[in-house]
Design a protein around this ligand. Structure first.
Ligand SMILES: *[C@@H]1O[C@H](CO)[C@@H](O)[C@H](O)[C@H]1NC(C)=O
Length: 293
Protein backbone atom coordinates (compact mmCIF):
# COMPACT_ATOMS: atom_id res chain seq x y z
CA UNK A 1 0.00 0.00 0.00
CA UNK A 2 1.33 3.45 -0.87
CA UNK A 3 2.13 5.96 1.84
CA UNK A 4 -0.85 8.00 0.68
CA UNK A 5 -3.06 5.01 1.23
CA UNK A 6 -1.57 4.46 4.67
CA UNK A 7 -2.17 8.05 5.67
CA UNK A 8 -5.68 7.97 4.35
CA UNK A 9 -6.38 4.84 6.33
CA UNK A 10 -4.89 6.39 9.46
CA UNK A 11 -7.07 9.43 9.04
CA UNK A 12 -10.14 7.21 8.81
CA UNK A 13 -9.11 5.35 11.95
CA UNK A 14 -8.50 8.63 13.74
CA UNK A 15 -11.90 9.89 12.77
CA UNK A 16 -13.51 6.76 14.19
CA UNK A 17 -11.40 7.10 17.31
CA UNK A 18 -12.45 10.69 17.78
CA UNK A 19 -16.13 9.92 17.42
CA UNK A 20 -15.80 7.10 19.98
CA UNK A 21 -14.29 9.55 22.43
CA UNK A 22 -17.13 11.96 21.77
CA UNK A 23 -19.71 9.30 22.61
CA UNK A 24 -17.78 8.43 25.70
CA UNK A 25 -17.64 11.97 27.09
CA UNK A 26 -21.36 12.53 26.54
CA UNK A 27 -22.02 9.33 28.50
CA UNK A 28 -19.79 10.59 31.32
CA UNK A 29 -21.69 13.88 31.27
CA UNK A 30 -25.05 12.11 31.71
CA UNK A 31 -23.62 10.12 34.62
CA UNK A 32 -22.64 13.37 36.29
CA UNK A 33 -26.16 14.76 36.21
CA UNK A 34 -27.88 15.14 39.67
CA UNK A 35 -26.04 13.03 42.29
CA UNK A 36 -28.33 13.31 45.33
CA UNK A 37 -27.04 11.55 48.43
CA UNK A 38 -23.53 10.82 49.75
CA UNK A 39 -24.18 7.15 49.05
CA UNK A 40 -25.07 8.08 45.55
CA UNK A 41 -21.88 10.14 45.45
CA UNK A 42 -19.68 7.22 46.50
CA UNK A 43 -21.39 4.97 43.97
CA UNK A 44 -20.85 7.69 41.46
CA UNK A 45 -17.16 7.85 42.40
CA UNK A 46 -16.83 4.12 41.88
CA UNK A 47 -18.64 4.38 38.58
CA UNK A 48 -16.39 7.25 37.61
CA UNK A 49 -13.21 5.37 38.44
CA UNK A 50 -14.53 2.33 36.55
CA UNK A 51 -15.23 4.63 33.62
CA UNK A 52 -11.73 6.05 33.84
CA UNK A 53 -10.27 2.57 33.95
CA UNK A 54 -12.30 1.41 30.99
CA UNK A 55 -11.34 4.54 29.05
CA UNK A 56 -7.70 3.77 29.76
CA UNK A 57 -8.19 0.17 28.61
CA UNK A 58 -10.03 1.39 25.52
CA UNK A 59 -7.21 3.80 24.78
CA UNK A 60 -4.69 0.98 25.09
CA UNK A 61 -6.76 -1.35 22.94
CA UNK A 62 -7.13 1.40 20.37
CA UNK A 63 -3.38 2.05 20.41
CA UNK A 64 -2.44 -1.60 20.01
CA UNK A 65 -5.03 -2.34 17.34
CA UNK A 66 -3.90 0.55 15.18
CA UNK A 67 -0.26 -0.46 15.76
CA UNK A 68 -0.82 -4.07 14.78
CA UNK A 69 -2.97 -3.01 11.79
CA UNK A 70 -0.05 -0.98 10.50
CA UNK A 71 2.32 -3.88 10.98
CA UNK A 72 -0.11 -6.22 9.28
CA UNK A 73 -0.36 -3.85 6.38
CA UNK A 74 3.41 -3.63 5.98
CA UNK A 75 3.66 -7.40 5.93
CA UNK A 76 0.78 -7.57 3.45
CA UNK A 77 2.57 -5.12 1.19
CA UNK A 78 5.54 -7.41 0.90
CA UNK A 79 3.43 -10.54 0.44
CA UNK A 80 0.59 -9.30 -1.74
CA UNK A 81 1.93 -8.69 -5.21
CA UNK A 82 1.00 -5.54 -7.10
CA UNK A 83 -0.20 -5.59 -10.68
CA UNK A 84 3.02 -5.26 -12.71
CA UNK A 85 1.57 -2.93 -15.37
CA UNK A 86 -0.15 -0.48 -13.02
CA UNK A 87 1.84 2.43 -11.56
CA UNK A 88 2.79 2.02 -7.94
CA UNK A 89 4.89 4.21 -5.66
CA UNK A 90 7.00 2.66 -2.96
CA UNK A 91 6.54 4.13 0.50
CA UNK A 92 9.99 4.01 2.05
CA UNK A 93 12.10 7.13 2.50
CA UNK A 94 15.06 5.74 0.60
CA UNK A 95 12.90 5.28 -2.49
CA UNK A 96 11.10 8.61 -2.27
CA UNK A 97 14.45 10.41 -1.85
CA UNK A 98 15.99 8.60 -4.80
CA UNK A 99 12.91 9.32 -6.93
CA UNK A 100 13.27 13.05 -6.17
CA UNK A 101 16.99 12.91 -6.79
CA UNK A 102 16.27 11.44 -10.24
CA UNK A 103 13.74 14.18 -11.02
CA UNK A 104 16.45 16.71 -10.10
CA UNK A 105 18.91 14.86 -12.33
CA UNK A 106 16.46 15.20 -15.21
CA UNK A 107 15.97 18.92 -14.61
CA UNK A 108 19.75 19.43 -14.47
CA UNK A 109 20.60 17.35 -17.56
CA UNK A 110 17.65 17.84 -19.90
CA UNK A 111 19.81 19.16 -22.67
CA UNK A 112 22.88 16.97 -22.37
CA UNK A 113 21.58 13.49 -21.48
CA UNK A 114 22.33 11.19 -24.42
CA UNK A 115 22.06 7.76 -22.84
CA UNK A 116 19.85 6.79 -19.92
CA UNK A 117 19.90 3.52 -18.02
CA UNK A 118 16.57 2.57 -16.43
CA UNK A 119 15.98 -0.32 -14.05
CA UNK A 120 16.38 -1.83 -10.60
CA UNK A 121 19.38 -2.50 -8.35
CA UNK A 122 21.37 -4.14 -11.12
CA UNK A 123 21.23 -0.82 -13.00
CA UNK A 124 21.49 1.27 -9.82
CA UNK A 125 24.75 -0.48 -8.85
CA UNK A 126 26.54 0.87 -11.90
CA UNK A 127 27.10 3.74 -9.48
CA UNK A 128 29.23 1.67 -7.12
CA UNK A 129 30.26 -1.83 -8.22
CA UNK A 130 30.24 -0.81 -11.87
CA UNK A 131 31.63 2.70 -11.39
CA UNK A 132 35.09 2.05 -12.85
CA UNK A 133 33.55 0.66 -16.04
CA UNK A 134 30.93 3.43 -16.14
CA UNK A 135 33.54 6.17 -15.76
CA UNK A 136 35.62 4.62 -18.51
CA UNK A 137 32.87 3.99 -21.08
CA UNK A 138 29.76 5.98 -20.29
CA UNK A 139 30.35 9.10 -18.20
CA UNK A 140 31.92 11.11 -21.01
CA UNK A 141 29.10 10.04 -23.35
CA UNK A 142 26.56 11.81 -21.16
CA UNK A 143 24.99 8.70 -19.72
CA UNK A 144 22.74 8.92 -16.66
CA UNK A 145 21.58 6.31 -14.21
CA UNK A 146 17.87 5.89 -13.43
CA UNK A 147 18.05 2.62 -11.52
CA UNK A 148 16.44 2.15 -8.12
CA UNK A 149 17.26 -0.92 -6.12
CA UNK A 150 14.28 -3.16 -5.40
CA UNK A 151 12.17 -1.73 -8.20
CA UNK A 152 9.66 -3.80 -10.11
CA UNK A 153 7.95 -2.81 -13.36
CA UNK A 154 5.05 -1.05 -11.63
CA UNK A 155 7.46 1.19 -9.70
CA UNK A 156 9.32 2.22 -12.84
CA UNK A 157 5.97 2.92 -14.50
CA UNK A 158 5.10 5.19 -11.58
CA UNK A 159 8.40 7.02 -11.96
CA UNK A 160 7.86 7.50 -15.69
CA UNK A 161 4.42 8.96 -15.00
CA UNK A 162 5.78 11.22 -12.27
CA UNK A 163 8.35 13.50 -13.85
CA UNK A 164 11.52 11.46 -13.95
CA UNK A 165 11.74 11.58 -17.74
CA UNK A 166 9.81 14.77 -18.48
CA UNK A 167 11.63 16.79 -21.11
CA UNK A 168 14.48 14.31 -21.61
CA UNK A 169 15.66 13.59 -25.15
CA UNK A 170 18.26 10.82 -24.88
CA UNK A 171 19.44 9.20 -28.09
CA UNK A 172 19.32 5.78 -26.45
CA UNK A 173 17.40 4.45 -23.46
CA UNK A 174 18.51 1.18 -21.89
CA UNK A 175 15.97 -0.78 -19.87
CA UNK A 176 16.48 -3.89 -17.76
CA UNK A 177 13.60 -4.71 -15.43
CA UNK A 178 11.52 -7.62 -14.15
CA UNK A 179 13.76 -9.77 -11.96
CA UNK A 180 12.20 -8.35 -8.77
CA UNK A 181 8.71 -9.12 -10.08
CA UNK A 182 9.83 -12.73 -10.44
CA UNK A 183 11.00 -12.66 -6.84
CA UNK A 184 7.73 -11.01 -5.82
CA UNK A 185 5.71 -13.88 -7.24
CA UNK A 186 4.19 -12.52 -10.46
CA UNK A 187 3.59 -15.00 -13.27
CA UNK A 188 5.83 -15.00 -16.34
CA UNK A 189 3.00 -13.60 -18.47
CA UNK A 190 2.21 -10.84 -16.00
CA UNK A 191 5.85 -9.81 -15.75
CA UNK A 192 6.10 -9.66 -19.55
CA UNK A 193 2.94 -7.53 -19.55
CA UNK A 194 4.60 -5.23 -17.01
CA UNK A 195 7.77 -4.92 -19.12
CA UNK A 196 5.62 -4.29 -22.20
CA UNK A 197 3.87 -1.44 -20.39
CA UNK A 198 7.15 -0.01 -19.10
CA UNK A 199 8.51 0.12 -22.65
CA UNK A 200 5.33 1.75 -23.89
CA UNK A 201 5.41 4.38 -21.14
CA UNK A 202 9.08 5.20 -21.74
CA UNK A 203 8.44 5.69 -25.46
CA UNK A 204 5.38 7.76 -24.61
CA UNK A 205 7.54 10.19 -22.65
CA UNK A 206 10.54 10.04 -24.98
CA UNK A 207 9.12 9.35 -28.45
CA UNK A 208 12.40 10.00 -30.25
CA UNK A 209 14.62 7.72 -28.22
CA UNK A 210 15.79 4.33 -29.38
CA UNK A 211 15.23 1.77 -26.68
CA UNK A 212 17.51 -1.13 -25.92
CA UNK A 213 15.44 -3.65 -24.02
CA UNK A 214 17.81 -5.97 -22.21
CA UNK A 215 16.79 -9.45 -21.22
CA UNK A 216 16.77 -10.15 -17.51
CA UNK A 217 20.11 -11.65 -16.43
CA UNK A 218 20.50 -15.24 -15.25
CA UNK A 219 19.98 -15.87 -11.55
CA UNK A 220 19.91 -19.05 -9.48
CA UNK A 221 16.95 -21.45 -9.60
CA UNK A 222 14.04 -21.53 -9.16
CA UNK A 223 13.82 -17.94 -10.42
CA UNK A 224 16.42 -18.48 -13.16
CA UNK A 225 14.03 -20.55 -15.24
CA UNK A 226 11.28 -18.01 -14.67
CA UNK A 227 13.23 -14.96 -15.85
CA UNK A 228 14.44 -16.97 -18.86
CA UNK A 229 10.80 -17.48 -19.84
CA UNK A 230 10.14 -13.78 -19.32
CA UNK A 231 12.95 -13.08 -21.78
CA UNK A 232 11.34 -15.32 -24.38
CA UNK A 233 8.13 -13.27 -24.15
CA UNK A 234 9.66 -9.80 -24.06
CA UNK A 235 11.97 -10.64 -26.98
CA UNK A 236 8.82 -10.19 -29.08
CA UNK A 237 8.74 -6.50 -28.18
CA UNK A 238 11.69 -6.05 -30.56
CA UNK A 239 10.58 -4.15 -33.67
CA UNK A 240 13.94 -3.12 -35.15
CA UNK A 241 12.53 0.41 -35.33
CA UNK A 242 12.73 1.92 -31.89
CA UNK A 243 12.77 -1.16 -29.67
CA UNK A 244 15.82 -3.41 -29.84
CA UNK A 245 15.80 -6.49 -27.67
CA UNK A 246 19.20 -7.72 -26.57
CA UNK A 247 19.51 -10.99 -24.69
CA UNK A 248 22.82 -11.02 -22.84
CA UNK A 249 22.02 -14.41 -21.27
CA UNK A 250 24.80 -16.40 -22.95
CA UNK A 251 27.40 -13.96 -21.65
CA UNK A 252 26.38 -14.81 -18.09
CA UNK A 253 25.47 -18.49 -18.35
CA UNK A 254 26.61 -21.47 -20.42
CA UNK A 255 24.71 -24.79 -20.55
CA UNK A 256 22.68 -23.94 -17.48
CA UNK A 257 25.81 -22.96 -15.55
CA UNK A 258 25.80 -19.42 -14.31
CA UNK A 259 29.11 -17.59 -14.71
CA UNK A 260 29.29 -16.88 -11.00
CA UNK A 261 32.67 -15.17 -11.38
CA UNK A 262 30.71 -12.23 -12.85
CA UNK A 263 28.42 -11.96 -9.85
CA UNK A 264 28.74 -11.09 -6.18
CA UNK A 265 27.86 -13.69 -3.54
CA UNK A 266 24.08 -13.47 -3.97
CA UNK A 267 24.49 -14.55 -7.63
CA UNK A 268 21.92 -11.93 -8.56
CA UNK A 269 23.99 -8.73 -8.59
CA UNK A 270 27.07 -8.16 -10.71
CA UNK A 271 30.62 -7.47 -9.68
CA UNK A 272 32.88 -5.16 -11.65
CA UNK A 273 33.77 -7.91 -14.12
CA UNK A 274 30.04 -8.47 -14.62
CA UNK A 275 29.57 -4.79 -15.50
CA UNK A 276 32.48 -5.00 -17.93
CA UNK A 277 30.78 -7.92 -19.69
CA UNK A 278 27.53 -5.90 -19.88
CA UNK A 279 29.37 -3.00 -21.51
CA UNK A 280 31.19 -5.24 -23.99
CA UNK A 281 28.06 -7.22 -24.89
CA UNK A 282 25.93 -4.12 -25.44
CA UNK A 283 28.51 -1.91 -27.16
CA UNK A 284 28.02 -3.16 -30.76
CA UNK A 285 24.27 -2.46 -30.60
CA UNK A 286 24.81 0.93 -28.95
CA UNK A 287 27.26 1.88 -31.71
CA UNK A 288 24.94 0.58 -34.40
CA UNK A 289 22.06 2.69 -33.08
CA UNK A 290 24.16 5.81 -32.94
CA UNK A 291 27.75 5.72 -34.22
CA UNK A 292 28.27 9.25 -32.87
CA UNK A 293 27.73 8.13 -29.27
C1 LIG B 1 2.31 -5.58 -25.68
O1 LIG B 1 1.09 -4.90 -25.49
C2 LIG B 1 0.32 -4.69 -26.65
C3 LIG B 1 -0.92 -3.94 -26.25
O2 LIG B 1 -0.60 -2.68 -25.76
C4 LIG B 1 -0.05 -6.00 -27.29
O3 LIG B 1 -0.73 -5.76 -28.49
C5 LIG B 1 1.21 -6.81 -27.56
O4 LIG B 1 0.87 -8.08 -28.01
C6 LIG B 1 2.05 -6.94 -26.30
N1 LIG B 1 3.29 -7.60 -26.64
C7 LIG B 1 3.76 -8.64 -25.99
C8 LIG B 1 5.03 -9.22 -26.48
O5 LIG B 1 3.21 -9.11 -25.02
Amino acid sequence: MSSDGLNRRKRVVNRNGDSNEDNMSSRVMSQEVSPESTQNQSILKRVMSLMALSMAILAMVYYYTTQSNDTKELVMTSVTQDIPWEPRARGNKFWVDRHHELIDQTVAHKTDAKIVFVGDSITHLWQSRGKVVWDKYYAARHAYNYGIRGDQTQHVIYRIQNQEFDGLYPRVTILMIGTNNAYGGNTVEDIAHGVNETVKQLLGKMPNTELILLGVLPRPEPLGAKVKQVNELIAKLNNDKNVFFLDMWSAYETDGKQHTELYVKDKLHLNEKGYEVWQQTMEPLLKKLDPTL
